[in-house]
Design a protein. Structure first.
Length: 86
């Protein structure tokens, strides 16, 4: 709808938006705003009755480590690039 001029604005998360723009080949027709419309966190939810406290602590430590050393960013970048159909 945006490409065909039926709407003037579309709100998407950054990764989905970038993926759609590349997939549709409309980089020269789209302007992304420099500031986020909103920021949302993601959560991994595990029922307490599963008694996974050790796993949660290990998961949180590993996630913090890969975010700090840049691996997380590379995983996200690779995932998005691989989902785009050329």
């Amino acid at each position: 709808m945006l490409v065909h001029g039926r709407i003037d604005c579309l709100i998407l998360d950054q990764l989905s938006g970038e993926s759609y723009i590349r997939f549709m080949g409309i980089n020269d027709q789209i302007i992304s705003l420099p500031n986020a419309f909103s920021v949302n966190d993601g959560y991994l939810i595990i029922p307490k009755k599963l008694h996974k406290k050790k796993f949660i602590n290990e998961f949180n430590a590993a996630l913090a480590k890969i975010k700090k050393d840049g691996v997380y960013k590379n995983i996200v970048k690779t995932f998005i690039q691989e989902t785009i159909i050329d």
